[in-house]
Design a protein around this ligand. Structure first.
Ligand code: PLP
Length: 418
């Protein structure tokens, strides 16, 4: 039982260096966050040793009396947080939650209709190399070329034309709310099952700052590690228990074997924290920060430098910077931000003239910095640093210093050593 630093110094060094990186950079990847130490504790606990195939009270292994408590708490807290009658907290990831959902509500060969990947959809919503595109007949709707918004008339036309078995609402890169009522109406009109993937905006929903899809959708899937800020994993909820049996059996044994009980315990804690006022305040700062970013990146100065924001703003935790008229492509913009100490990811904009490995956009998110404690004043400073960095002839060392001043004022995991 020697410590990691003795058993495997190379991996110990990776952990230490990664902690340093997270501390020294401004993390603005929209799908990332910082889990609290309480979540790290469960994830690094002896619960990782336990096999618990099955569900609480109905396991295929002995000795599950304590992990049953953890999973039951996670289920009850997820239901209460999202006003759901059903929850499954076993999916190892967002993608495995989505695989279980699709196998519960569709049969291979069925038509599924989701948002196009290049317009902000997710791989699991029908991308041709993903299981969803290989097993199902995937068709997609895109955003409007002028407004960059999902046009519900187009969704309806596509649904009427293709008669999908499943309609998918949800996104990985879209800065506005979806109209869940309109999706419900279209699903009813064509006899489709409505599945909402709220992976990105689940934290905003939990805080009451984003419309909840739960009353409208037949089934809702999510991750826990994005806006919620819990352990890397997935879960499924539903407003009623009609699909409960099918969903459960498609998670286990359909997609998975033994659940990750250390992660499930950490999910329980994340859901408990998500019901607090502190969490709601964090989500409010997340949205406010994204709005400040959008405002500063649509200033006359930014536009003159070829930087703009898709849809002109945001309602959520991310901004999609549009670099189609900038001399910088997405790769160069990602690199220049990295050099000043800000981590983002380049992202295709819809109808992108540049290839997918280069792109003409950046996806910039605020959840991790809100968790770090940032409020409007700090997000204003961050927005100004980004706007200056994306202009020609940016003073990289000067901007790196401004980033360092912020990271020093908001220490991450103070006292933690890896
Ligand atoms: N669904 C959406 C909308 C996502 O954005 C993502 C992750 O980016 C996922 C599902 C998949 O989550 P995971 O990476 O945990 O498999």
């Amino acid at each position: 039982n020697a410590p990691l630093s003795e058993v495997d110094p190379e991996i110990a060094a990776v952990l230490e260096q990664e902690l340093g990186r997270q501390r020294d950079y401004l993390e603005m990847i929209a799908s990332e966050n910082f889990v609290p130490v309480s979540v790290l504790q469960s994830q690094g606990s002896v619960l990782t040793n336990k096999y618990a195939e099955g569900y609480p009270g109905r396991r295929y292994y002995g000795g599950c009396e304590f992990v049953d408590v953890a999973e039951s708490l996670a289920i009850e807290r997820a239901k209460s947080l999202f006003g759901a009658a059903y929850a499954n907290v076993q999916p190892h990831s967002g993608a495995s939650a989505n695989a279980a959902v699709l196998s519960a509500i569709a049969t291979p060969g069925d038509t599924i209709l989701g948002l196009e990947l290049a317009h902000g959809g997710h791989l699991t919503h029908g991308m041709k190399l993903n299981f969803s595109g290989k097993l199902y007949d995937a068709v997609s709707y895109g955003v409007d070329p002028e407004t960059f918004l999902v046009d519900m008339n187009v969704v309806r036309d596509k649904a009427l034309a293709h008669k999908p078995k499943v309609i998918i609402a949800g996104w990985s890169a879209y800065p506005r709310h979806l109209d869940f009522q309109a999706f419900r109406d279209i699903a009813d009109e064509v006899g489709a099952t409505l599945w909402v993937d709220m992976a990105h905006f689940a934290g905003l929903v939990a805080a009451g700052l984003h419309p909840s899809p739960v009353p409208y959708a037949d089934v809702v899937s999510s991750t826990v590690h994005k806006t919620i800020g819990g352990p890397r994993s997935g879960f499924i909820v539903s407003r009623d228990t009609e699909l409960a049996k099918k969903l459960n059996s498609n998670v286990f044994p359909g997609q998975q074997g033994g659940p990750l009980m250390h992660v499930i315990a950490a999910k329980a804690t994340a859901f408990k924290l998500a019901a607090t006022d502190e969490f709601a305040d964090r989500q409010a700062r997340t949205i406010s920060g994204a709005r400040i970013l959008a405002e500063r990146l649509t200033s006359d100065d930014s536009r003159a430098a070829g930087v703009d924001v898709l849809t002109g703003g945001t309602d959520v935790h991310l901004v999609l910077a549009d670099l189609r008229t900038s001399p910088l492509d997405g790769q160069q913009a990602e690199d220049v931000l990295h050099s000043v100490g800000i981590t983002v990811n380049r992202n295709s904009v819809p109808f992108d003239p540049r290839p997918p490995m280069v792109t003409s956009g950046l996806r910039i998110g605020t959840p991790a910095l809100a968790t770090r404690g940032f409020g409007d004043a700090e997000f204003t400073e961050v927005a100004d640093i980004i706007a200056l960095a994306l202009r020609p002839g940016a003073d990289v060392p000067g901007l790196r210093q401004r980033v360092a001043a912020l990271t020093e004022r908001f220490p991450l995991y103070p006292g933690l050593a890896q």
